[in-house]
Write a protein that binds this ligand. Structure first.
Ligand code: ATP
Ligand code: MG
Length: 334
């Protein structure tokens, strides 16, 4: 029996952070033995909000692959590839553009959020079409499962609709992929914003040093209603506790429960809990840092992973496109 496939990826707009880990990376690592994994580095998607920043992409891609490997994605198992090097993806996106409507895309909840964050007044054709290109990314490799953060759920719904519509209109070529949202669907930012996000600068990166983590945690947002340590505090929605829950090990659970009790009854100060969080996060990040240093010391590794991955993904893309053109009767020359 052939293995089912995972397709997911990230925009190379900066370093990966804790939000990426809980939203998507954790599931990728967990499932990499059960599924055939394709991880797309979606550089074309960065054009939708930062068309002028293409000069940064190469370095960002390098760092992102290091992020992948350092959290435990196995380059022997996963196919890691660069979107823009697979022209078949854009060809498929053009075809898919006819299987959804403009109002459908205008209604995407992410569109409003992205426009606000990137200070875009009027969306470009490319930004509006983001979910269409994403459908091409996913269906090009016939992805069955898409592990992503909650913000991406509505996009995958568009992919499913496009797959259904294509299969009905032409021939059953595509699977209808399922979405898999992480255990923490959206990790809040260090500033208390509802989403930790590269573009908001409210992140703790997977590659941050122990000192950087300490600095960021000690100045992070907690419970705005609490002025003194003796005021009863709130645990729900408080990013300090959200991070403790997300990154605490089994052996930290009793202490976390104790801090929650003390916090809600005004018996512990923010500083003490934050110091504990620094410890928990650095315990979580230490093995990641170690692995990163090991991979960094192997010259040419990133290039090898990316080149091999892109070649493999392109073969899949070409195969799919042949099927697509046959189904659509666009295979004029046989
Ligand atoms: P940008 O601000 O450039 O959009 P981002 O931080 O939102 O960057 P993306 O590359 O857009 O990161 O997202 C990659 C993947 O990580 C997606 O599956 C997304 O849902 C997930 N993700 C990003 N931020 C979070 C978060 N704070 N919590 C959970 N999942 C997240
Ligand atoms: Mg995003």
């Amino acid at each position: 029996m052939t293995m089912k496939r995972i397709l997911t990826g990230d925009r190379p707009t900066g370093k990966l952070h804790l939000g990426h880990y809980v939203g998507s990376l954790r599931n990728r690592i967990k499932l990499q033995d059960e599924y055939e994994c394709f991880f797309i580095i979606a550089d074309l998607h960065t054009l939708t909000t930062k068309p002028e920043k293409t000069g940064e992409l190469k370095e960002n891609i390098h760092q992102m692959v290091l992020d992948y490997l350092s959290v435990g994605i196995d380059p022997q198992k996963a196919t890691i590839y660069i979107q823009s090097q697979i022209p078949e993806v854009t060809e498929l996106a053009i075809i898919f553009g006819n299987l959804t409507t403009v109002p459908r895309l205008e209604r995407m909840p992410t569109l409003k959020d992205v426009m606000r964050d990137a200070e875009i007044q009027i969306p470009s054709y490319g930004l509006l079409g983001y979910p269409v290109l994403q459908a091409a990314d996913i269906l090009m490799v016939k992805g069955d499962l898409v592990p992503v953060g909650k913000d991406q759920q509505s996009h995958i719904e568009v992919t499913r609709e496009i797959a259904r519509d294509f299969n009905r209109t032409y021939a059953p070529v595509f699977p209808e992929p399922d979405v898999l949202v992480g255990e923490v669907p959206t990790l809040p930012g260090t500033d208390g914003a509802s989403k930790m996000s590269k573009s908001k600068g409210n992140v703790i990166n997977l590659s941050d040093s122990a000192e950087e983590v300490e600095k960021k945690v000690m100045s992070m947002y907690t419970d705005p209603t609490r002025i003194k340590a003796t005021d009863p505090g709130h645990v729900e929605g408080n990013p300090v506790f959200v991070y403790l829950d997300a990154f605490g090990k089994e052996s930290d659970q009793a202490q976390i429960a104790e801090y929650k009790k003390l916090y809600t009854t005004g018996q512990v100060g923010d500083i003490e809990v934050k110091k504990y969080l620094v410890k928990v996060l650095n315990n979580f990040l230490d093995p990641i840092r170690k692995k990163r240093a090991e991979y960094e010391a192997q010259p040419g590794l990133m290039e090898k992973v990316l080149k091999g991955g892109t070649e493999k993904a392109r073969k899949e893309a070409q195969k799919t496109l042949v099927e697509v053109k046959q189904a659509m009767k666009l295979d004029y020359f046989g």
